[in-house]
Every structure is written in structure tokens, then in C-alpha cells.
Design a protein around this ligand. Structure first.
Ligand SMILES: Cc1cc2nc3c(=O)[nH]c(=O)nc-3n(C[C@H](O)[C@H](O)[C@H](O)COP(=O)(O)OP(=O)(O)OC[C@H]3O[C@@H](n4cnc5c(N)ncnc54)[C@H](O)[C@@H]3O)c2cc1C
Length: 375
């Protein structure tokens, strides 16, 4: 049993591992190539309880912690990091609705059952954390809000039924508006071709006088926010590194040079040893951070989540790059299914928050003058 997990979390890991091996692995290459949202796998994640892992039992969830959510994402990312990115958005985004119980009761059960898909339009053209330059997204008009603005790089765009939009109000509060697909004033016909993290029809929405009832509005209080999205993104990166490492370890034990496996060459075996150490270091850091969240030590958790998202995602890029190299020409060909891990690992460094901005946030928490807290 892992030193980080409870017996229950280990059981959930086992379910996630079996699902990944039996149902995700055979589809992983196709998901990456086609870039279509795998509705059937999303539905299975609902049936297995994964989508409701962070929700209380009162709305049909499993009432589990961030650690459990990370374990699930980590397992799935071993075979399909792009799908795991989509999954973490589906797991985490609806938690904003818990601030308004009537909204949670209305939307969450269908989302966590996998009957519906959500997305989180947040990033405007001015920059995702550049709040000082953000325009007003939502203006109050009677009992409605009128939304205007462009949101980019949105995971799950074309598949989504429910858009959980974040932006500024006229009095510069961070607001969250729940918009149903088909609401007039949302143009969603632009699909983006991301470098990796395929399988979620990522794209852009343009909001043009989109009218939403005040019932579907929440003022976000980010005070208790420890950066759960960043922890989940780090868990995808961890699984991505583990998945490509396992495939590479297998490969260098059978690929020969001069009649002996590549793994007998010290230059290779030491690379493997270094990668193992990098992965285990990342794992310790991430699950220590989620343990701190569980213990309610939020300030300590926040800085460690920033540090682990920075460390684990950069580590995943480094590990994936080395694994491509160790596969030689085959690694550089998409058909081997190795190169996609490098593309996906790059995505984890940018999704949610970038490496330099994590460093900025850590510097802020260390008390460095003039540092900001963007993530
Ligand atoms: C796989 C993936 C999935 C995504 N999913 C979603 C989604 O579902 N919804 C959504 O809204 N967005 C999504 N995004 C967008 C993502 O959150 C943003 O791209 C990311 O947060 C960076 O913001 P930006 O693109 O605006 O870059 P910018 O903020 O413009 O940053 C550009 C560069 O400048 C650097 N920089 C900025 N400020 C500073 C500073 N003060 N000091 C030093 N360096 C600085 C950054 O580190 C970065 O390297 C996704 C992106 C990816 C890759």
C-alpha cells in the first residue's frame, strides 16, 4: 500500500487502474489522433463515481478529498493525459456551484453522473491571471446579467452542455455565471488545434450580450482556495511521467545493442534511475500538499501546491523528452504512442497556471517584496 493513501483511497486507485487498463488504454491513441470528446468514457467516469469524487453525498457525490481526485487523474493520465485533463475539469469546475445550494441541486447531479459535460471559460485575450487588464465580463441588468467578452483555450468546449464562466463584474468582483448550451449570445464555433492534450474539443467562446438570470450567478470567494485545480493538473503530469516511464523501462529491457539490452548500458540505466528519482520526488511533494489540505493546513498547502505543480509538470516534460530519446527514431514517430506524452506534458505546464507564475506565487508566499500571487 502507498505510504500516502488510506485503504479506501487505495481501493479507488484500483478501480481507476482497472478502468484505465481495460477501457482507456485501448482507446488512447485514437483519442489523441481524432481529438473528439469520448462521451462514452466520460459517462463511464460518472458511473464509476469519479466525476462526483469531490461532491457531498447529498448531491450524489462520493464526499472524498483532493487526494482521491488526484489519484484518479494520475491513474488515467498514465495512458491518456489529454483525457485526464478533461476529466479534472469535469471533476473540479462544478464545485463552484456548491456556494449556492439551489444551483448545485439543479446542475450537479447530471454533471457528476456523466449525463452532461461542463467546461470553464475563464481565460480572456488579456491573459488568464492578468486580472488588472481584464475587462468587465458581466453587467447587471434588472434580474439578469449581460455577458460580453471572449474566452480562449477552453477544455471541453464543443462537448459542453453547461458553461461555468469566470470573469469580473462592474464592481470588480470575481463572478461565476452558469450558462446553458444554446443560450442566445454565445458563439462557440472555433475549435483550437492545441499541441497536445487532445480529446476534449478545446476552443473559444465569444459572448455577445448573452443574458443569464441572477439565479445562475455566484460571487466567488477565493479566500479559502488553495489551488485545487493546480493539484489536479499536477496529478495529470505525474501520471503522464509514470506512464511514459513504464513504457520506456519495458522498451530498453528488450531493445538490444551488440546482443545486450539497452538497459545494460550504464548511460541508459542511470537515466532510468534519475527519472525514477524525479517521479518519486514529485509524487511525495504532491501528495504531501494534498494531505495538508485534508488536515486544513491551508496556508502550508497553498505554497506546496504551487511548488508541486511547478515541479511535477516540469519534471513530466523532462521525463517525457528523455523517454522519446530513449526510443530513438521510433519515439519521434507518432505511431509508437510515446511522442504524445511529451506534447501532453507541455500542456500540463501551461494549463491553470504557468511555471513562472507559480514561481511568482511562491515568491509572494515567501514574503519577497513586489511579488504577486497570480495562482
Ligand atoms: C491544456 C490546456 C487546457 C486549458 N484549459 C483551459 C480551460 O478549460 N479554461 C480556460 O479558461 N483556460 C484554459 N487554458 C488556458 C490556460 O489556463 C492559460 O493559457 C494559462 O493560464 C496561461 O495564461 P495565458 O495563456 O493568458 O498566458 P499569459 O498569462 O499571457 O502568460 C504568457 C507568458 O508570460 C508569463 N508571465 C505572465 N505574467 C508574468 C509575470 N508577472 N512574471 C513573469 N512571467 C509572467 C507566463 O508565465 C507565460 O509564460 C488551458 C490551457 C492549456 C494549455
Amino acid at each position: 500500500m502507498s505510504r500516502f493513501l488510506t485503504e479506501e483511497q487505495e481501493l479507488i486507485r484500483k478501480v481507476a487502474r482497472e478502468f484505465t487498463e481495460n477501457e482507456v488504454k485501448p482507446r488512447a491513441m485514437e483519442i489523441d489522433k481524432a481529438n473528439d470528446f469520448p462521451f462514452d468514457l466520460h459517462k463511464r467516469c460518472g458511473e464509476l463515481g469519479f466525476l462526483g469524487v469531490l461532491f457531498p453525498e447529498s448531491v450524489g457525490g462520493l464526499g472524498q478529498s483532493f487526494t482521491t481526485a488526484c489519484v484518479i487523474c494520475e491513474e488515467i493520465a498514465k495512458e491518456a493525459p489529454g483525457f485526464a485533463i478533461s476529466l479534472f475539469v469535469s471533476m473540479a469546475a462544478p464545485t463552484f456551484m456548491l456556494a449556492k445550494p439551489e444551483l448545485a441541486m439543479k446542475y450537479v447531479p447530471d454533471l457528476i453522473a456523466g449525463n452532461k459535460v461542463c467546461c470553464t471559460p475563464i481565460t480572456p485575450p488579456e491573459g488568464s491571471t492578468n486580472h488588472a487588464e481584464w475587462g468587465v465580463f458581466g453587467k447587471r441588468d434588472g434580474n439578469d446579467w449581460v455577458l460580453n467578452g471572449t474566452k480562449l483555450y477552453i477544455t471541453n468546449t464543443r462537448a459542453a452542455d453547461i458553461f461555468i464562466c469566470l470573469g469580473l463584474t462592474e464592481d470588480y468582483q470575481m463572478g461565476c455565471w452558469i450558462v446553458e448550451k444554446g443560450t442566445p449570445g454565445v458563439e462557440d464555433n472555433h475549435v483550437e488545434r492545441k499541441m497536445g492534450c487532445a480529446g476534449n474539443n478545446s476552443g473559444t467562446y465569444v459572448f455577445n450580450n448573452c443574458r443569464v438570470s441572477n439565479d445562475n450567478f455566484i460571487v466567488l470567494n477565493m479566500e479559502g482556495d488553495v489551488g485545487g485545480g493546480n493539484a489536479l493538473c499536477a496529478s495529470v503530469a505525474l501520471g503522464c511521467a509514470e506512464g511514459v516511464f513504464a513504457k520506456t523501462l519495458e522498451f530498453v529491457k528488450v531493445r538490444t545493442r551488440g546482443g545486450k539490452p539497452l538497459a545494460t548500458k550504464q548511460a541508459v540505466s542511470h537515466r532510468l534511475a534519475r527519472m525514477y528519482a524525479q517521479i518519486e520526488g514529485g509524487r511525495s511533494m504532491l501528495y504531501e500538499a494534498t494531505r495538508l489540505v485534508e488536515e486544513g493546513r491551508l496556508q502550508e498547502a497553498k505554497i506546496l501546491i504551487n511548488a508541486s505543480k511547478y515541479t511535477v509538470t516540469e519534471m513530466a516534460v523532462d521525463v517525457a523528452r528523455q523517454c522519446v530519446q530513449l526510443h530513438g527514431g521510433m519515439g519521434y514517430c507518432e505511431d509508437a504512442g510515446i511522442a504524445r506524452y511529451l506534447r501532453d506534458a507541455m500542456g500540463t505546464t501551461i494549463a491553470d497556471c504557468t511555471p513562472d507564475l507559480h514561481l511568482e506565487s511562491i515568491a509572494f508566499q515567501l514574503g519577497c517584496p513586489e511579488a504577486e500571487m497570480p495562482c
